[in-house]
Design a protein around this ligand. Structure first.
Ligand code: ADQ
Length: 716
């Protein structure tokens, strides 16, 4: 299991490491789970460890593996990107969200370190459970190092709607990071649906909202809602065994939170003030007891919040206090579990009014502790908990009048109503407790997940029909990896029969031009496809020919005639472990697909140096490096050349363009065509793309071509 914090935060006292439980809902939730399951907890110990220093875990039922962070890491990864960017953004508070590139870089770097620790510590065939917004890139990095491990991710905070999420400049990286898991869990269905929306709209992935799955390259990821619960039995037992809380004569309305601006503490104090204004009969009879555990005090917003609360408490107390009564008692500290349970039990009402909250455990802990005279839970509709805790008095925390009147109603509620509301709440929370959450989630993580339906004609129709309308179509297709599956040697990449038929059906149409744009030499790709009705662009478009188009060979190529042979010889000299050089006339490709991973880095570095020294441009391709003459030309320029030649400079007014490719070199075309056409990137979705859509494999490409070949033309 990996989470930002270890379950304990460490301090150095008299040369020794002291530990105390880490604050917050995540640790409260997970510690019991790991104690029961066993495993290794990977996280930050909250202190800079000295060289060789270990954390004792002999007294625990699980191991501890600390991730070492420097002061700068903590500033940028934790206080910075996690808590100044993701936390407010995911709580739909863009106004307080800051986007700092440097914070993002350190976040990515720290996520690498977490991933290394996971890869090192996860036993063979174990399940890796990664938690929360601090570690969203970890799943992808772990999968790279240990592809055989199953992994699951759980987000403890809300996942925001698309319109908010896309404000983050690194939104797509975050989605891809998490999508490396087999299961991605959220507290409530709304967050899971927001996530699917973002995958569809930001990554162009296919999603199925009935089965709650998303297609990511050749993998299908299950998404789901798993509302967390509390250790109901333990809270209940503790509440039963505590002496009365020293609460005085007044009735108590209780607030318990980490001091955080999402928890709505100032709004709550104002609502309580409103209660005293509207219902003076409660004066001297009720107190608001607000406990706030210190949190993230290094972030300026949190320090300001603390000041604001201090002042507000002072104001309200100043306004209403009498000789023997102050309306608000405010404790800024952590309270031991036993005392907390007694307070929960004895409070007449709990006021849980976050402005937004992933779930909120306080509401559930309060319910678990109602073992005597039943109290009333007042709960914000903006907490995930509100989705199931329907018997609570639900309020909009921004509506002070509504909250004030709910407090009044709670304080005036007859016992039978209190009892029946609380009985229902307790029944549900007892059943859906923490144990049940852990086992449901882990069972789902181990299960075999639903596959997404193969791409259907209806889906293709939905993408293409509104785009093509009545226009002719110009279709550009890469060859290897797009029309044929990737194989270990280019000579084995043969066009299958059904694909050939689909391609022919497109070529036969008067209203459809088909061009093949390949990195292969022109003659080679032409021979592979062997259909004279098509246009061919070889060597990434440096050479183009086909019906209705003048033969094109880039004019600067003459300067490179003859140089390629010498370069090929030099490259052959470093090609060991099954690597080889493909000479394609003006360009060359160095293939390293067969080379063991551990040998690749050094070989690629050498190859790139040789290419650049020979005056060529070295470009990454699919498990290959390409040497290209440094002519400002690529697949994007080739596409433009064909379009201009066939349709004139105003081509975009006469024709609709679709481009399908699987290779890094196709990205030049995707970028060039952005906003002007539909573009499809085929295959593994781990790499970023400028394409508008993804297609999982060549079967999906075939389905696309079949639809295009058979399409009916709209009349208007
Ligand atoms: P948090 O934002 O930390 O958790 P929450 O779920 O309310 O919020 O948990 C707070 C925890 O801290 C509770 O267990 C509570 O008892 C404890 N606590 C608060 N104040 C305290 C005090 N003064 N003294 C002692 N203990 C105190 C995040 C998400 C939530 C989600 C949880 C779990 O923000 O929405 O419910 O993770 O997934």
């Amino acid at each position: 299991m990996a989470s930002n914090r270890l379950p304990f935060t460490y301090q150095r006292a008299a040369g020794k490491l002291d530990r105390r439980p880490s604050p917050g809902g995540l640790v409260s939730a997970l510690e019991p789970a790991l104690t029961k399951q066993g495993g290794v907890w990977i996280g930050w110990p909250g202190i800079e460890l000295r060289k060789g220093e270990r954390l004792a875990d002999d007294d625990l039922d699980y191991g501890l593996a600390p991730v070492r962070l420097t002061e700068n890491d903590v500033q940028r990864y934790y206080h910075g990107f996690s808590n100044r960017t993701l936390w407010p953004l995911f709580h739909s508070l863009p106004d307080v969200t800051q986007f700092e590139r440097r914070d993002w870089q350190v976040y990515a770097d720290v996520n690498h370190r977490f991933a290394d620790a996971v890869a090192k510590n996860a036993p063979e065939s174990s399940l890796v459970w990664i938690h929360d917004y601090h570690l969203m890139l970890v799943p992808e990095l772990v999968r790279r190092e240990r592809p055989e491990l199953r992994s699951a991710f759980f987000l403890h905070i809300p996942f925001p709607p698309y319109d908010v999420f896309r404000l983050c400049p690194w939104d797509r990286q975050l989605l891809r990071g998490v999508l490396a898991c087999d299961l991605v869990g959220f507290h409530v269905p709304g967050y899971a649906l927001n996530f699917l929306d973002c995958c569809e709209r930001r990554l162009g992935l296919r999603v199925d909202r009935d089965k709650m799955v998303v297609e990511h390259g050749d993998r299908t990821i299950q998404v789901g809602d798993y509302p967390i619960g509390v250790e109901f039995g333990a809270f209940e037992a503790t509440a039963m065994n505590q002496p009365s809380a020293p609460l005085g004569q007044e009735r108590v309305v209780l607030g318990v939170d980490r001091l955080d601006y999402t928890k709505g503490i100032p709004e709550r104090i104002r609502a309580f003030e409103r209660l005293l204004e509207l219902h003076p009969d409660h004066r001297e009879k009720v107190v608001l007891l607000q406990l706030a555990v210190p949190s993230r005090s290094q972030v300026a917003e949190y320090r300001e919040l603390k000041r604001e609360i201090d002042e507000l408490v002072g104001q309200v107390n100043g306004r209403f206090a009498t000789a023997g009564w102050s309306p608000i008692r405010y404790l800024y500290r952590s309270v031991p579990r036993e005392r907390l349970c007694a307070l929960y039990r004895d409070a007449h009402a709990a006021l849980v009014t976050p402005l937004r909250d992933g779930m909120n455990l306080v509401a559930k802990e309060y319910v678990a502790c109602q073992v005597e005279d039943p109290g009333v839970l007042i709960l914000s509709r903006m907490a995930g908990a509100a989705e199931t805790m329907r018997e609570a008095l639900q309020v909009n925390p921004f509506d002070l009048d509504e909250t004030a009147s709910a407090i009044h109603r709670a304080l005036s509620m007859e016992e039978d109503e209190r009892a029946s509301r609380m009985a229902s709440l307790r029944r549900r929370e007892r059943r859906d407790d923490l144990d049940s959450w852990t086992s449901t989630f882990l069972t789902a993580a181990e299960a075999h997940h639903a596959e997404l339906q193969p791409l259907t004609a209806a889906e293709i129709e939905g993408w293409l029909r509104p785009f093509i309308k009545q226009y002719p179509l110009c279709l550009f297709l890469d060859y290897d990896g797009t029309l044929t599956p990737l194989v270990d040697h280019p000579s084995k990449a043969k066009l299958g029969r059904p694909m050939r038929r689909a391609l022919e059906a497109c070529a036969e149409r008067d209203d459809t031009d088909v061009s093949i744009v390949s990195g292969r030499a022109l003659g080679d790709v032409r021979k592979q496809v062997g259909d004279d009705r098509l246009i061919y662009a070889g060597n990434h478009g440096l050479e183009i020919e086909g019906p209705g188009i003048e033969h094109f060979s880039h004019e600067d190529l003459v300067h490179y005639a003859g140089r390629a042979d010498a370069l090929a010889e030099e490259l052959d000299a470093v090609a060991s472990f099954g690597a080889w050089t493909e000479a394609k006339g003006p360009t060359l490709t160095f293939h390293y697909r067969a080379v063991p991973r551990s040998k690749r880095r050094a070989m690629i570095d050498k190859v790139r140096t040789i290419m650049t020294s020979a005056g060529y441009q070295a470009r990454d391709a699919h498990e290959a490096v390409e040497a290209r003459p440094p002519i400002g030309w690529d697949k994007g320029r080739a596409v433009l050349h064909v379009l201009r030649d066939r349709y004139g400079p105003a081509w975009s007014e006469h024709v609709r363009v679709i481009y399908v490719g699987d290779d890094l070199t196709d990205e030049d075309a995707f970028r060039f065509l952005a906003g002007l056409s539909l573009t499809f990137r085929v295959g593994s979705a781990d790499t970023p793309t400028a394409a508008t859509h993804r297609l999982a494999n060549t079967t999906a490409v075939q389905a696309l071509l079949e639809w295009i070949g058979k399409r009916r033309v709209a009349k208007d």
